[in-house]
Structure formats: structure tokens, C-alpha cells
Design a protein around this ligand. Structure first.
Ligand SMILES: Nc1nc2c(ncn2[C@@H]2O[C@H](COP(=O)(O)OP(=O)(O)OP(=O)(O)O)[C@@H](O)[C@H]2O)c(=O)[nH]1
Ligand SMILES: [Mg+2]
Length: 736
């Protein structure tokens, strides 16, 4: 039975940094993460004897129970004593495997030092196994491997010990190949795993037994005997001899880093301040006596308690009543309650020291990615790098309250939804006044709508999901002039397609509108081959991957209108001229400006429309197109059905990149436009008599084929209540 601790003892443990592990459980959907996390909670929970051991304690949302999948991340703290009696605190985050909830996994990574990649022994590496492992490698969160559903190999596949061994060797090889391919130079050799050294665990989360090879050796059980024992149904004996929590947690404490080892390495990747500053030094030392620094990694709005911010304490010790300053929001708040999450419950504690994960009440403007510091650090604090998501929201639905009187309630609810999940993006369609909700996929939106209806008690009607497009250009053109409504100000632009290298740098958050001059030069010179002079010309960067450079010389008053030009730039590009979709990948060279000498006549109401006029003229003239989102798709199907799948994919404008045969099953990897996947489930089922399993993840944006372009533009415009024909460039081109 677990030895539960009193809060006073827990605090002592949480101060002992060498004996803390912050780890995540990551995997493909349905491979058994939550079943495993539940069993760890039951066998090694740090608190709450009355609640641990509930069936599916971590998938506690009604929607999760109903669907049998995880939708959110859940935190628990565990206690594990090694054979010498040394106690360890393990802060664990169970994450969802479904692709639509990938953003939540990305946010959780911020709080972690290590993770366990879980792989279903039967299914082996699947599309999200690879995606999640690469995410961990990108974030410098060290992974180890747990191979789950070991029972299925023996019971269902009737494998003998040799066959089992071959199968697990293949999984370990897949893991190590990925680490060596995608890991950074610093880690790729250290992070490969070796089963003989106890860096791989095996087991059955369902039956709650598991082992590492050293553990098996110590108990004097051979691999062959183990397989035999399971075949003979000696599950209870295995549970007793080889408890799952021991296998997993002993692997975690031996092979995953503690905060002292990991935090300095992680800081290099996620914080760009000065390591010699007070803030930098204290975070590098994980000093519990230093100034407070917390990075928020998750927000939950609790109907009773209000907004709960979860985050990693990078420095200092957080106590109830502490004053916190939010670096991005530039506001101060008081921590009204300090607690740790145990599944759905929060347990109040007195304080949480650096190197742990905390849940706070009272930070009403807390947002994921926000940096919170103690008041005394306010003036010098440098925030963490923004959290980078691998994919964009690609589907959108229009919402309408059934009763007009509910509109304010709907707006409020939508705002709350996107505070908790920043991958749900709400916009108002400027033409129709409709409320639009964009998300990562059909399930993501379906669950958001359910929340609106049930949690927020709203009666809304929703449209079918439609695909989100982008607008872009394919030619370099110019000059284009934009004139302010009062005719006293002029801007002059050239436009061209933005270099894909720069698009990547913006998407990965390496450069943004808030990047310092010094860093901008460093990144653009090193990674894009620009000269320092060019890098100094960057005037504005827009998150949707557009850039403006300023090549004007000696313009009087430019500094005062800078903000208005930037405002016009982002306002215009949030809805392009072709179909009102977001503009992506445009480089604007502002090479001349003429301004009225009186600031009164060159305010935002004058400058923003001037910018828009020139940009619209430029985009419409430069061979504009729509970009559509493309999924990477992986299909597993019996070899006999392969032709039906490839046929279906090519009818859907898909392409095939790789076909891999594994026994009687083939794995097909390809690309398919998202617009062709709405309703694909039924067609796939019909084409393969239900024998195909498939998953897709967002991969990239690609131009809509030219022969479909105009029709697609008209379709979007009609849906938005605009005139079907897109405007011609002449509507925006002004001369003289
Ligand atoms: N046979 C067998 N089934 C298992 C094992 N572990 C989990 N399962 C089953 O696999 C299914 C999925 O388990 P979950 O724990 O919900 O999987 P998950 O990885 O958390 O899924 P998501 O969070 O939705 O990605 C459930 O039906 C479990 O009972 C195992 O070791 N053996
Ligand atoms: Mg789960």
C-alpha cells in the first residue's frame, strides 16, 4: 500500500530537488497512458487516500468517460521510495493522444524535465507516437520508453518469447532511430535507450504488472519464464512480484533528469534573457530563496474557484498572499491560494518551491505561456519565449445563439473557452457579424460546442465545419501607392512572396514583432543569410508569417506613425482582399512615405486605410492564390484492401509518399487536403469494409489548384455574404 504523506512532509520532499521528477506520459491515442497513470496513482499517490484508485480517476470529465479518450491534461503527484528508502516526489502529467488536442501537450511540455513515451506493443509506432516524441526532442524534454499492452502479445497474438523479443526490439529501434534523427547534437547520443540498462520498461497497465530487465534479473525471473507465467494465468503473482509502479517509477528516477540537471538545459531553449542577471542566475540555480519566477502552462476555469493557473516554478518559493507581476499582461496580482492538482481535485498547500508544478488561484489575467515574477523583479524581468504550436487551426464553424438576448453570454463563453485552450480561436466575421470558432479538427470543435451547450448552458446553432484558408501571392510587384482618406499622406510599397525560410523562423517563434534588434540581426544573418543592414530594416512581423521592411531614408515623423502603419499592416492582413481569409507569406517593402507635417492629420484613421489600400492593390496584382491546409495521413489496412485505399486517396486529391508492409497489414503514408477529409470516415469504411484505421495530422499549407481557385474563392465569399466575384486590382490602385 502507498505511504501517504502529510502536507508538512510533502513540502520537505518538494524542497529536495535532487529527488524530484517532473514527467509527462505521451503516446498515440488509446495506447494506454491514462490506464497506466491511474494505476500509478492507485499504487503510489502522494495524497488523498480516499480518492485514489477510483476507476479512470484521471479521465474524470463526463465527455472523456463517454468517449473513452482523454481530452485534457491531468496532473498528479506521486511518492516513490527506492530500495534504500530514499523518497522521491514525481509530478506527473497525463496527456491526450488525439491529434486535435496536441496544443495541450505542447503546453504541458513547458512544465516538464522528462517524459515516458508509451507504445502499444501490438500497434508499435503510430503517427502520433512519432509526433509526440519529436515534440519532446524539440523541447529538450528527455524521453524514455515504456512498452504497454504486453499481455496482448501473449494472449491475443499468441507469441512465444522469441517472437515477443523481436517485436520489442523493433520498437526500441524505432525509438532510437527517431532520437538520433531528430534529437539535437547535444543529446542525440545520450538519449538513446538500452533495455539492458533499465531504460525501457515493459508491462500491462490493465493488469498492473510491469518490469525492466534489471528488475527481472534481480527477482531471478527469466524472460521465458515470465511469458510462461502469464500464459498460465499467474497474474496475481506477477502483480506482486513485478508491480507496474515499481517498473515505471524506478526507471523514471534513474534515467530521467531531476530539475537541477534539466532546468539549465531547458532554459537555454525557452528563455532568452541574460543568464548573468539576477533572474537568470536564480533560475539556473533553481534557487528556492531567489526571486519568484513561474511560467504558466495551463489554465482551467473552475465554476466555483474561478481561473486556476497551473505552472512550473523556475525560481523562488510561491506562498499564499505573494504578489505576482505578469510580464506580458504588465499587471500585478496576489496569489490567493496555492495548491497542487491530484487529478480533478486540488489539494491546498502552504508553499511550493522551485522545481515543482503549482496551481494558483487569483491570477485573473493568467494565460498559458505567461511569465509571473515577484514584484521586486518587475523592472528587469524577461519573459519566456512564446509557446510554439506545430499546427494551425484548420476548421471553423459559425455560431449563433437561438435567442438574441444570449449573445453577450455567448461572447463571454467563447472568450473563456479560448483562454483555457488558446488553440480555439474566436473571430467575428466582419461581413456577416457571425461568431466564428476555429479549431484543430472536427473532434476539437465538437467538444467545444458541447461545452458551450452544457457547461455554459447556451442554446446555440452551429454551421457545418468549413476549412480555413489562407491568402498569399506568387509574384513580386510594385510600386503600389496608398492614400489616406484626407489625401495628405501616402505610403509606397513593393510586395513579394516571403522566403519560406523566413516563414519558418516566424512560425517557430524565432523572430516576432517583439524580438529585440540584436536578436533579429543574429537570427536573420545566421539562419537566413541576410546582411546586418537588411536585418536592421525589419519594420514589423506578423504572426501569420508576413513581414514588412522599411527601406525609406530620412522621413520626418515616421517614428510617430510607426504604430499606425503596423496597426494597418496587421489589420489588413487579418482579412485578405480575395476572400477575407488571413494573409500568409507576404513580404512588404515600404520604400517611400509622404506625411502631413501636422500629427493631427496623420492619425490611425488616416494611416491605416492608406496601408490597406496599397496592400490590397499589391496582393490582388501579384498573382494571388488561396492556400489550403494539407494533412499528413496514415492508413493501416489489410494488404488485400490496399488498392481501395490508394484509389480513394487519389480521388480525394491525395498523394502517396510511402507504403510499408508489415505482415498481412500495409501502412500507407500520404498527404490529403483537409477539405477532402470531411466525411472521409464513411467513405473509408465503405471502400474497405471497415477494415482501415487511419489518422491525420496537419502538415503544411499548399496553393489550391488553379482550376479550382476561382470557384473556391466564390464559395467562401458567398458563405461570408460578400459579392461572389473577388475585386479587381483596379479597385484599389491609385495613381498620381
Ligand atoms: N489489453 C490491454 N489493454 C489496455 C492496456 N492498457 C490500456 N488498455 C486499454 O486500452 C484502452 C485505452 O486506454 P487509455 O488508458 O484510455 O488510453 P490513452 O492512451 O490514455 O488514450 P488517450 O488519452 O485517449 O490518447 C482502454 O480500453 C484500456 O482498457 C494493457 O496494458 N493491456
Ligand atoms: Mg488518456
Amino acid at each position: 500500500m502507498p505511504k501517504y504523506k502529510q502536507t508538512s512532509e510533502i513540502l520537505k520532499l518538494m524542497r529536495d530537488k535532487e529527488h524530484i521528477r517532473n514527467l509527462g506520459i505521451i503516446a498515440h491515442i488509446d495506447h494506454g497512458k491514462t490506464t497506466m497513470s491511474d494505476s500509478l496513482l492507485a499504487q503510489a499517490g502522494l495524497m488523498s487516500p480516499d480518492r485514489a484508485g477510483e476507476a479512470r480517476a484521471l479521465d474524470y470529465l463526463e465527455e472523456e468517460q463517454r468517449r473513452g479518450i482523454t481530452i485534457k491534461t491531468a496532473n498528479i503527484s506521486l511518492l516513490y521510495e527506492d530500495e534504500k528508502g530514499q523518497p522521491y516526489v514525481i509530478n506527473l502529467i497525463d496527456t491526450p493522444g488525439h491529434v486535435d488536442f496536441s496544443g495541450k501537450v505542447t503546453r504541458a511540455m513547458r512544465a516538464l524535465d522528462g517524459c515516458i513515451l508509451l507504445v502499444d506493443a501490438v500497434e508499435e509506432f503510430q503517427i502520433m507516437t512519432e509526433v509526440r516524441l519529436r515534440l519532446a526532442l524539440d523541447e529538450m524534454v528527455k524521453p524514455v520508453l515504456y512498452i504497454n499492452k504486453f499481455d496482448r502479445l501473449i494472449k491475443e497474438l499468441k507469441m512465444d518469447a522469441d517472437m515477443v523479443q523481436q517485436k520489442i526490439l523493433r520498437i526500441i529501434n524505432q525509438f532510437n532511430t527517431q532520437v538520433q534523427t531528430y534529437g539535437s547534437d547535444e543529446v542525440k547520443n545520450d538519449w538513446v535507450v538500452n533495455a539492458g540498462k533499465g531504460q525501457v520498461a515493459f508491462g500491462s497497465a490493465l493488469d498492473r504488472w510491469g518490469f525492466t530487465l534489471p528488475m527481472l534479473q534481480k527477482k531471478g525471473i527469466t524472460f521465458k519464464q515470465l511469458v510462461e507465467m502469464y500464459k498460465e494465468g499467474k497474474v496475481e503473482y506477477l502483480q506482486e512480484q513485478l508491480p507496474l509502479h515499481e517498473a515505471i517509477l524506478s526507471m523514471a528516477i534513474q534515467h530521467l533528469p531531476n530539475p537541477i540537471e534539466s532546468q539549465p538545459r531547458r532554459l537555454m531553449a525557452i528563455w532568452k534573457g541574460d543568464f548573468e542577471s539576477r533572474m537568470g542566475k536564480s533560475m539556473m540555480a533553481i534557487d528556492p530563496e531567489g526571486p519568484l519566477v513561474i511560467c504558466i502552462t495551463n489554465i482551467v476555469i473552475d465554476p466555483q474557484a474561478g481561473l486556476v493557473s497551473t505552472g512550473r516554478v523556475f525560481s523562488g518559493t510561491i506562498r499564499k498572499g505573494d504578489d505576482l507581476y505578469l510580464v506580458n499582461a504588465k499587471k500585478g496580482y496576489k496569489a490567493q491560494q496555492v495548491s497542487i492538482y491530484m487529478g480533478q481535485y486540488r489539494e491546498i498547500v502552504d508553499e511550493i518551491p522551485a522545481g515543482n508544478i503549482v496551481a494558483l488561484l487569483g491570477i485573473s489575467e493568467g494565460r498559458s505561456g505567461e511569465t509571473m515574477v515577484s514584484e521586486d523583479l518587475k523592472a528587469e524581468a524577461v519573459g519566456f519565449e512564446s509557446i510554439k504550436y506545430l499546427s494551425d487551426p484548420v476548421l471553423t464553424i459559425a455560431l449563433e445563439p437561438k435567442k438574441a438576448i444570449d449573445l453577450p453570454k455567448l461572447i463571454d463563453a467563447l472568450q473563456k473557452l479560448s483562454i483555457q485552450d488558446p488553440n480555439l480561436v474566436t473571430t467575428i466575421d466582419q461581413e456577416t457579424g457571425e461568431y466564428l470558432l476555429a479549431g484543430m479538427g472536427e473532434l476539437h470543435l465538437e467538444i467545444a460546442i458541447k461545452d458551450l451547450k452544457r457547461e455554459y448552458n447556451l442554446d446555440v446553432t452551429e454551421s457545418e465545419p468549413t476549412v480555413v484558408y489562407r491568402e498569399s501571392i506568387r509574384a513580386s510587384m510594385g510600386p503600389f501607392m496608398g492614400k489616406s482618406p484626407n489625401k495628405h499622406n501616402r505610403v509606397f510599397f513593393n510586395v513579394s512572396p516571403l522566403d519560406p525560410k523566413i516563414i519558418d523562423l516566424i512560425r517557430m517563434g524565432e523572430i516576432s514583432e517583439i524580438t529585440s534588434q540584436r536578436k533579429m540581426e543574429e537570427v536573420l544573418v545566421e539562419k537566413a543569410g541576410w546582411t546586418t543592414k537588411q536585418a536592421r530594416q525589419v519594420f514589423d512581423i506578423n504572426q501569420n508569417a508576413n513581414m514588412m521592411i522599411d527601406t525609406t531614408v530620412g522621413i520626418q515623423g515616421l517614428r510617430e506613425v510607426k504604430e499606425h502603419i503596423s496597426g494597418g499592416f496587421s489589420w489588413t492582413l487579418s482579412a485578405g482582399p480575395l476572400a477575407g481569409e488571413i494573409v500568409r507569406g507576404v513580404m512588404v517593402d515600404m520604400f517611400d512615405i509622404s506625411l502631413h507635417e501636422d500629427p493631427v492629420h496623420r492619425g490611425p484613421a488616416q494611416m491605416m486605410p492608406a496601408v490597406r489600400q496599397a496592400l490590397y492593390a499589391g496582393i490582388l496584382s501579384a498573382n494571388p492564390t488561396l492556400l489550403e491546409p494539407i494533412y499528413k495521413i496514415q492508413v493501416r489496412v489489410p494488404a488485400t484492401e490496399m488498392g481501395n485505399v490508394t484509389g480513394l486517396l487519389s480521388r480525394k486529391r491525395g498523394s502517396i509518399r510511402e507504403v510499408e508492409q508489415q505482415g498481412a497489414v500495409v501502412g500507407i503514408i500520404g498527404f490529403i487536403p483537409v477539405s477532402e477529409t470531411l466525411g472521409l470516415s464513411q467513405e473509408m469504411r465503405a471502400a474497405t469494409s471497415g477494415s482501415a484505421f487511419w489518422q491525420s495530422t496537419f502538415d503544411h499549407w499548399a496553393p489550391v489548384p488553379d482550376n479550382m481557385l476561382l470557384e473556391q474563392v466564390k464559395k467562401i465569399r458567398t458563405r461570408k455574404g460578400m459579392t461572389p466575384e473577388p475585386p479587381s486590382p483596379s479597385e484599389y490602385i491609385v495613381r498620381e
